[in-house]
Design a binder for this molecule. Structure first.
Ligand SMILES: Cc1cc2nc3c(=O)[nH]c(=O)nc-3n(C[C@H](O)[C@H](O)[C@H](O)COP(=O)(O)OP(=O)(O)OC[C@H]3O[C@@H](n4cnc5c(N)ncnc54)[C@H](O)[C@@H]3O)c2cc1C
Length: 416
């Protein structure tokens, strides 16, 4: 049994805390909000989770809302040209269904589960000094505190960070009563890309009051969609969204006439600064020096345009859990921390970061892949599965040559 501390009660921290607890370790979890505060607070994410992450949760017995959350099998994608014309339209179906459970439900429920199983939970917001103190009293301390200030103990890695500023401003709203263009195929997600303006995603999900739709609006900074910087109340947010839809996506506006926010905390607005940090930080010096290991958004933040963050957090938590099990009784040195984090970066995160950067910037060959997806279901399927398993990005989307070779082979076999 090892003495392990985890800071942060989110996807990565809670999943890892529950996993290590199940493995027989003595785990201390520091969370800055109680379950009631989480449930009664604002929405936190869109949290669409793909097959591999859902399987990790299921194998750990943590898929407590799998029967309530809609299983989404299709994504309708449209490229739209203002004012309100669909230039491209196709359906992407990943091999595995996608689910979204409001993180307010999940994090509150997992916090309670961890405590019920005898876990030590400390409700406080930890600063650098508190973290140093915690780390001195544990064999291993993992920081999974998301995008908050504490992440700044980890230095930004300029070589791996894809951008130095947010690429989109975001507004996210949970709503009931959203209509469907094709009720027979529900639950389905919808994705719209409006070049130069932004993107809009609608994901079926489950929230505190039952099934709902999560709308995520990504705006190119300074453009006509970038009008939520004042973090408006959900009703005002919905009103502005309807006006934008009426102008840019009129067929979508018709589906929103009956919509209403799910609750007082249904809206979230802001921006995500994509950053990759060095995963190990040294706190203190000399005999007081200790190292801490970063996990999830604390070390890698991606714009939600490709829905990578929760998936990456879940998979990283699983990778760390396995690395801790394999390490036996050996000391958790800084070298072990680097190797563990680097292994996950090489296997997974670097691909997810590149995929997201490409979808944000849409180089010509990636535009070509989307255009080909409208003609060839096989390409649409591979595109969808690359969101699920971003390491495939390296095999066909990483360079214009790779994409051209793959698309040529698809076209050749289509010609027979
Ligand atoms: C609008 C939006 C939509 C998104 N949509 C998706 C999506 O569809 N799919 C997807 O995969 N990802 C999505 N993401 C990203 C995803 O939500 C995050 O990547 C994921 O939650 C990261 O998990 P984490 O555990 O690292 O951090 P978090 O889930 O942020 O958890 C960190 C926890 O640490 C706590 N904390 C912070 N500071 C301290 C401190 N000092 N002391 C103690 N506790 C602290 C926080 O309160 C929080 O509970 C979206 C994000 C946004 C903003």
């Amino acid at each position: 049994m090892r003495r392990i501390a985890i800071v942060g009660g989110g996807q990565a921290g809670l999943q890892l805390a529950l996993g290590l607890q199940a493995d027989g370790h003595q785990v201390t979890l520091v969370a800055d909000r109680t379950p009631d505060q989480v449930r009664g607070g604002r929405v936190l994410s869109g949290q669409a989770m793909f097959g591999p992450a859902l399987r990790i949760e299921a194998e750990a017995g943590l898929d407590l809302w799998a029967d309530e959350a809609p299983s989404v099998r299709t994504f309708r994608f449209a490229l739209c040209v203002p004012p309100g014309v669909k230039a491209l339209d196709f359906t992407m179906a990943p091999d595995d269904p996608v689910q979204s459970v409001d993180q307010r439900i999940k994090f509150a429920g997992w916090l309670e589960l961890f405590a019920e199983r005898g876990g030590d939970v400390q409700f406080r917001s930890l600063g650098r000094e508190g973290l140093h103190d915690l780390a001195r009293r544990h064999e291993l301390t993992i920081v999974a505190a998301g995008r908050g200030e504490l992440a700044e103990v980890f230095e930004r890695d300029p070589n791996r960070s894809p951008f130095d500023r947010p690429q989109r401003t975001l507004t996210c709203l949970y709503a009931h009563g959203i209509g469907s263009p094709d009720p027979a195929t529900e639950p389905a997600a919808r994705m719209y890309a409006l070049p130069g303006l932004g993107e809009l995603f609608l994901q079926p999900a489950v929230t505190l009051s039952g099934p709902c739709g999560v709308l995520l609006w990504e705006a190119v900074p300074g453009g006509p969609f970038d009008i939520f910087g004042d973090s408006p109340a959900p009703e005002v947010q919905l009103d502005r969204m309807r006006k934008l839809m009426a102008e840019y996506l009129p067929w979508e506006a018709e589906l929103w006439t009956e919509a209403e926010p799910t609750d007082a905390g249904a809206g979230l607005s802001g921006a995500v600064n994509p950053v990759v940090r060095r995963p190990v930080a040294e706190l203190g010096s000399g005999v007081d020096s200790v190292h801490v290991l970063g996990l999830g958004d604390a070390v890698t933040v991606s714009d939600p345009i490709t829905g990578q963050g929760s998936n990456s957090a879940a998979r990283a938590a699983d990778a760390y859990r396995r690395a801790i099990a394999e390490h036996g009784d050996a000391p958790f040195t800084a070298d072990w921390m680097y190797r563990t984090a680097e292994g996950f970066w090489q296997e997974y995160t670097r691909h997810s970061v590149r995929l997201t950067a490409d979808v944000l910037t849409m180089p010509e060959h990636v535009q070509g892949a989307f255009a080909a997806a409208a003609e060839h279901p096989e390409v649409a399927r591979r595109l969808a599965n690359t969101y699920t398993e971003p390491s495939d990005h390296a095999a066909w989307l990483a360079t214009p040559e790779l994409t051209a070779a793959y698309l040529a082979s698809v076209r050749a076999s289509a010609r027979g």
